[in-house]
Design a protein. Structure first.
Length: 582
């Protein structure tokens, strides 16, 4: 793994493993804590020395960069230890789940370069077994039907320092509970009329052990089971048993599930009589600066049209990052860099941007594009002549080859590459000054023309034919080099300049303000009439390029045959601190 210079990311909190025990070997010291647990289990022949993980998303939204970390961890552990990893959809809430989300999740996992074991699994695959296990708990006197409202149940649970109040229905007979639960299943009662609760300990310091709800009545059509079920299991009841049924050995969860683990184990202890047990292990979730990671808040951004759908390139969703031009390799490298931690902390989004910059620098062809064009005419260049110049596609990739780029009398350059009255140390074009055109000739500005708004309309230059890059007999030392596009062969394109969606480092951390208050008004700028070199007319959707001197760009899915659209993935350098004054 490449070392990261901390000076590049002053606010970056690097994940650190806990200090290992002195008795661990040097090899063990390099393992993260999850790898150390797995290797100890393998040495002890636990669960027949198998490693079987799972990635269990809820199909109620698109996955984001935090889920990408979990995907890389779960599938990565299976790959490292020659094990298996399941993709399982936690589809226990039909009111919020859609097939669209299922399809997008499968696409995201495969795009990242992973493949799950066998066919995807679903919690709904186990509805019949979970129902039978719920009845087993009732028969053992460990579950009861409660007629109270969810609000009253919550009030009776107490606080971590104050014991809960037992439900008046806690002492119902096993026969009555069995009858009511079956009638709940048959749809005889309306939503919210009754729930099934586990009978554990209303005085437990762990609030999740205070008679948690196992099933609720929900008259809603399920995306897989239709209207078969009128009751649905809660996540805590479905989670551990689903792991067990699939043979999972290491159930990797984020830290918020740590307090759920005793309940996870309690269910298995009451229902399972085998020596095999899945083991839940918690790790810190990904918190990224300048980013919202809540699916609920991301859904709000989509529904209120603040962004243009789940795959808007400003969204932290995997679909959004893919559309923006991020690569699977860059996201996997990012996940590798941040590592695995036991404590929550914040990762600077600059590290994610660094990761994609590093990858695209190695893989992206260099091309020329002018985003704010102004006409430049070389007065002494032969009229009507077009010559093809040979340019290297990527100096970082010796196998990338070369391409031919047309050059002629009339060109476009960037408007801000010319100044009428330049300051000191300005090395671009100005009256009487010389610059080199990338891969071409040295030119000298002789004059310029203004339009009716007193803006530069046309720049007039001369060139020296003997200064041609690489072959000319004269190679003067010129400090400024500009990119350009030949006018008659240039293609027009729309370019979308994306930036961070939020101005605040922690947009979700303000209890008195909605995240919308921290939106960046410059998160998207749309530029029309940009001029690109002609080979980009054949660029395919999703293809990435480096626009020289400007940044990395990707072809958007909105591109039409004669109207290409490019998204800026990331700038060439991290200029956020400089431009935002932070």
């Amino acid at each position: 793994m490449q070392a990261v210079n901390p000076k590049q990311f002053p606010k970056l909190l690097i994940y650190m493993n806990n200090k290992p025990e002195e008795s661990l070997s040097e090899e063990k010291r390099s393992l993260n804590f999850i790898e150390a647990i797995i290797e100890e289990d393998l040495q002890n022949n636990k669960n027949e020395s198998r490693v079987h993980t799972r990635f269990p998303p809820e199909p109620n939204g698109y996955l984001h960069i935090g889920h990408a970390k979990s995907i890389c961890l779960n599938f990565g552990m299976a790959e490292k230890y020659n094990g298996k990893c399941n993709l399982r959809f936690d589809d226990t809430n039909p009111e919020k789940e859609e097939t669209e989300y299922v399809d997008s999740i499968m696409e995201d996992v495969q795009w990242l370069g992973f493949q799950w074991d066998k066919e995807p699994y679903y919690a709904s695959d186990y509805f019949d077994q979970l129902y039978e296990w719920a009845k087993l708990l009732i028969r053992k006197g460990l579950a009861y039907v409660d007629d109270q409202s969810q609000e009253l149940i919550s009030q009776q649970k107490g606080t971590p320092t104050r014991p809960g109040i037992p439900s008046p229905f806690r002492l119902r007979s096993i026969e009555e509970n069995m009858d009511l639960f079956e009638r709940m299943k048959n749809g005889e009662f309306p939503n919210g009329a009754r729930v099934l609760r586990a009978k554990i300990d209303m005085t437990s310091p762990n609030m999740h052990m205070r008679d948690p709800v196992l099933y609720r009545i929900l008259h809603a059509e399920h995306h897989r089971t239709g209207n078969t079920w009128k009751i649905y299991p809660m996540y805590d009841f479905a989670h551990g048993q689903s792991d067990y049924l699939e043979g999972i050995t290491h159930s990797l969860c984020t830290l918020e599930f740590e307090v759920h683990r005793p309940l996870y184990d309690w269910f298995l202890d009451q229902l399972i009589d085998t020596t095999y047990r899945p083991r839940q292990i918690e790790f810190a979730r990904l918190n990224l600066s300048y980013t919202v990671m809540s699916k609920r808040k991301l859904l709000e951004l989509v529904k209120t049209n603040i962004v243009n759908g789940w795959d808007d390139p400003r969204m932290p969703t995997i679909a959004g990052l893919r559309r923006r031009g991020y690569t699977p390799a860059s996201i996997r490298a990012f996940a590798d860099r941040i590592g695995v931690a036991k404590r929550d902390n914040v990762i600077d989004v600059g590290l994610l941007e660094f990761s994609v910059r590093e990858d695209l620098n190695k893989t992206s062809p260099r091309v020329m594009a002018v985003l704010d064009p102004v006409k430049l005419i070389i007065s002494n260049y032969p009229e009507g002549q077009i010559e093809d110049l040979e340019l290297v596609n990527n100096p970082e990739d010796l196998d990338s080859g070369i391409r031919m780029v047309p050059f002629g009398k009339e060109l476009y350059i960037e408007r801000d590459d010319f100044m009428v009255d330049p300051p000191n140390k300005y090395f671009r074009l100005a009256p009487g000054r010389e610059v080199r055109l990338k891969g071409a000739y040295v030119i000298k500005c002789e004059s310029f023309e203004l339009d009716s708004n007193n803006l530069v309309k046309t720049i007039y230059c001369t060139y020296d034919v003997e200064t041609k890059s690489g072959t000319g007999s004269k190679q003067p030392k010129i400090k400024g080099t500009l990119h350009w596009v030949e006018a008659s062969n240039a293609i027009d394109a729309e370019v979308r300049l994306y930036d961070r969606l939020f101005m605040d480092e922690d947009p979700s951390g303000h209890k008195d303000q909605d995240v919308i208050a921290f939106l960046n008004p410059e998160s998207l700028k749309v530029l029309n009439g940009c001029k690109l070199e002609p080979m980009l007319a054949k660029a395919e959707i999703g293809q990435q390029f480096q626009f020289q001197r400007l940044g990395y760009f990707s072809v958007d899915k909105d591109s039409l045959k004669n109207n290409p659209v490019f998204n800026r993935t990331v700038s060439l350098k991290d200029n956020w601190t400089k431009t935002k004054g932070q």
